[in-house]
Design a protein. Structure first.
Length: 248
């Protein structure tokens, strides 16, 4: 996958693109990231990008021309236009399903806005969709862009050392992830559940499934409305609810 990021703060991405999974994905050739400084497309002497909004009001608005020039330059010569996505609190909320959808694309263009927003003509003529990472306002779109790239990179085949890892993450199966343990077996009197040491793979699988459902029901019950439960899941959920009532 190739990702173009339009930003006025390319330095914010320095650590992000050069560490952890993102760095390894690029080294393996699964991901390439192109940071585009929008100021390079400003035509004025001081490379100014913002101006006062027509009609008055607080703050400054990012001008349309630099975005048109930058995106036209990026898309020049391409036979297939990649999705152009604006990071925006007005957009659809980013979730695992959207991450799965975007991970299938060969190329993405992400726009990071600033100030009071971007000239509406950019939205109307260049942007294919807008994405929000939550119902709050940030200084700019750089952090949301990093969140989206991180989430979709994990889903690109070959990026993770264990292919099943991404499938078992929280939300990947519709449930929150089950509890995880590692050595030592006992720490300050706190022991690893016996079932995980039993060697019985079927019991371990069932325990993990039950714990994932239990965590989801207790912490994020609304997620269960979007999951098709198997007969086993229904049975496990009934057990969980029964135990919960018994403890009241």
């Amino acid at each position: 996958m190739h990702v173009d990021i339009l930003t006025i703060l390319p330095d914010m991405f320095t650590g992000f693109v050069n560490t952890s999974i993102i760095k390894r994905a690029q080294k393996k050739g699964h991901l390439s990231i192109n940071l585009v400084n929008i100021r390079d497309y400003a035509k004025n002497k001081h490379r100014k990008l913002d101006d006062y909004p027509f009609g008055g009001g607080p703050g400054m608005v990012m001008q349309a021309e630099p975005f048109f020039l930058a995106i036209e330059s990026l898309l020049s010569g391409l036979s297939i236009k990649p999705p152009v996505i604006l990071m925006s609190p007005q957009g659809e909320v980013f979730d695992q399903n959207l991450a799965n959808e975007l991970a299938k694309e060969e190329r993405l263009v992400l726009i990071c806005g600033h100030y009071e927003g971007i000239d509406e003509r950019v939205r109307e003529n260049l942007v294919d969709r807008e994405i929000s990472i939550g119902d709050y306002v940030l200084t700019g779109g750089e952090l949301p862009a990093m969140v989206i790239i991180d989430a979709i990179t994990r889903l690109i085949p070959g990026v993770l050392g264990a292919p099943e890892g991404a499938k078992e993450d929280s939300f990947a199966m519709g449930f929150l992830e089950y509890p995880q343990y590692t050595r030592p077996r006992s720490f300050r009197g706190l022991d690893v559940p016996d079932v995980l040491l039993s060697g019985n793979h079927e019991e371990i699988r069932r325990w993990r499934r039950k714990k994932a459902i239990e965590r989801t029901w207790l912490r994020r019950p609304e997620l269960l409305n979007n999951v098709k439960l198997s007969s086993e899941d229904e049975e496990l959920l009934a057990e969980i609810k029964g135990l919960s009532k018994g403890n009241r």
